[in-house]
Design a protein around this ligand. Structure first.
Ligand SMILES: [Zn+2]
Length: 94
């Protein structure tokens, strides 16, 4: 497993994500964070890696594992959609 250079290039990010997937195959007991937890982390400018290291949302840890935010698809933050998917102003009763 190689530690990618922290230069944030797409290749380096892909490498970190690949490292994380390789890590999944050799470890058990991990679980992805739920969206609320992930949101709280990113709000604070941090994120966890699968091995529990604390990193930046778009980064990876010293072991080369990408943050959950990167692993789970690197959605733009904040999310464009309303959490419950409702549209405002539809004239519902109250
Ligand atoms: Zn780590």
């Amino acid at each position: 497993m190689q530690t990618p250079a922290a230069d944030g290039t797409p290749a380096a990010i892909a490498n970190a994500i690949a490292n994380a997937h390789a890590w999944f195959e050799h470890h058990s007991g991990w679980a992805p964070p739920d969206p609320d937890t992930l949101g709280e982390w990113v709000d604070d400018g941090v994120c966890r890696c699968p091995d529990d290291c604390l990193v930046t949302p778009d980064g990876w840890c010293e072991h080369g594992l990408a943050s959950w935010w990167l692993i789970l698809g690197a959605e733009p933050w904040p999310p464009a959609r309303d959490r419950d998917g409702r549209r405002p102003g539809t004239g519902a009763s109250r």
